[in-house]
Design a protein around this ligand. Structure first.
Ligand SMILES: [Zn+2]
Length: 452
């Protein structure tokens, strides 16, 4: 920590009244500062030592561009992940003062996760701030004198109710134990951890096997030049990217998760809104998610621990627009499992953009050293976890009776491409016989090309 913490509010005007950019009351200068340079007058980032063993030695992450902090910032980007844009809109619309400082009273975690050695290991955690949940405790002296620091993680608890879990309870497949499954309606108690991305660029570059300069240049170019300091400030190593984060759902006592002697069932799930929420039957996402939750609950009820981690990586991180274009290409071009990945590659250039290389960071944060039951068939997730030195003892495929008929195209193509299964593996010839439902029964579908 710096010897003295400057009072951030000293030259920060009051938020009241007209505080438009350039006005005497605005915390932003009239002159638009497009970028900064390391040797610029007054530029003096608060020390940030990524991989330090404790929060105070590591230092706070400071991303605000308010005048009082601009030259002392030690991180690029903005808090909130993809929601940072809505924050900008709220300020532009006048709904939020430019120098608003949140009141964090009573927002502390509902469970104090034990500090893990990985929190101080710059190789094990590169894409989240391991101290991001305890900003109020670790950096209170900064907050007290007006610095704009934000938590990038939050820990809470809740009850949840899923139709599949309610059904499992009513059929006697899951018992009501009063603690995890609290009643016969299938209400389940859960501890949740929300996490926004905070990237340590040298570590991210290393995970992908590229040099840091290339990574910075590509991030700069392909965000429309939005973050020029990726180029001009090589001394700033931390970037808060405008992308979605993740949520951890823990079933059973959260202190069990990091205990190596307790069996752990785990599902890593990547977002698929159409299936997860709206229950489209073209893929296995929601059934596998429900199966994962059910198995996680069972493990916790048997004295173990159950964890489901939900990543905001919609449509294999290609987004829903690309996803729907792919659906159309599949349905119009003959929806067979042998062509499944080709349709995505034609449109997106790749079959998958999820890059699981950063995913294991959250497992390190939780203190997970081995997974007894991995509720996933993905070879990419498996390889990424094992590459991080976390053992996987058993891989559990989705049961056949939970696979919707129309999603056989997806699951059989994935199995053929290397996804884990204990069941049948198809030849390419057989895959060409696994067909999706098509659009034949839609009243508005005509078939001028004769391809349906
Ligand atoms: Zn899906």
């Amino acid at each position: 920590m710096p010897e003295s913490i400057p009072v951030a509010t000293a030259d920060t005007p009051s938020p009241s009244g007209d505080a438009g950019v350039g006005s005497p009351k605005s915390p932003f200068s009239k002159h638009i500062l497009l970028t900064t340079y390391p040797d610029q007058n007054g530029v003096d980032p608060v020390p940030l030592q990524w991989g330090a063993p404790d929060a105070k030695t590591r230092g706070p992450i400071i991303a605000s561009r308010n005048l009082s902090q601009l030259k002392r910032r030690n991180a690029m980007g903005a808090h909130g992940g993809s929601y940072s844009i809505y924050n900008a809109l709220a300020i532009a619309a006048g709904d939020l003062p430019t120098d608003f400082k949140p009141d964090f009273r009573n927002t502390e975690p509902t469970f104090e996760f034990p500090t893990q050695p990985a929190w101080g290991d710059p190789k094990k955690i590169v894409s989240l701030d391991p101290f991001g949940h305890d900003v109020m405790k670790n950096f209170r002296e900064y907050l007290d004198v007006g610095w704009d620091l934000r938590p990038s993680m939050a820990v809470t608890r809740a009850n949840m109710r899923l139709a599949e879990i309610e059904k499992a309870v009513s059929e006697g497949k899951l018992e009501v134990d009063g603690s995890i499954v609290v009643d016969k309606n299938g209400d389940v108690r859960v501890t949740k951890v929300a996490c926004e991305p905070v990237w340590y660029l040298p570590g991210v570059a290393e995970r992908f096997g590229v040099d840091e300069g290339t990574l910075r240049r590509m991030l700069f170019e392909h965000t429309g030049g939005s973050y020029p300091e990726l180029i001009t400030r090589p001394d700033l190593k931390v970037f808060l990217p405008p992308i979605g984060g993740l949520t951890v759902y823990i079933f059973g006592p959260p202190e069990r998760v990091s205990d190596e002697n307790v069996p752990l069932a785990l599902r890593i799930h990547d977002e698929c809104n159409g299936s997860d929420v709206f229950q489209s039957d073209i893929c296995t996402c929601r059934p596998y998610l429900a199966f994962g939750i059910q198995e996680a609950i069972k493990q916790a009820q048997n004295g173990g621990s159950g964890v489901v981690i939900y990543f905001r990586k919609e449509g294999r991180a290609l987004g829903e627009v690309v996803k729907y274009l792919v659906y159309n290409a599949r349905k119009r071009g003959g929806d067979t499992a042998d062509k499944y990945f080709l349709r995505t590659e034609n449109i997106a250039g790749v079959r998958d953009m999820r890059f699981q290389a950063l995913m294991p960071d959250i497992l390190h944060w939780l203190g997970i050293k081995k997974i007894d039951r991995m509720l996933s068939m993905s070879n990419m997730k498996y390889d990424a976890i094992v590459a991080q030195g976390i053992k996987i003892l058993e891989r559990v495929p989705i049961p056949d009776d939970m696979i919707p008929q129309d999603s056989r195209v997806e699951i059989d193509a994935k199995i053929n491409a290397g996804y884990f299964t204990t069941g049948k593996k198809f030849t390419t010839e057989e895959l060409s016989q696994v067909k999706g439902r098509g659009w034949e029964k839609w009243e508005d579908v005509t078939d001028p090309m004769g391809i349906l």
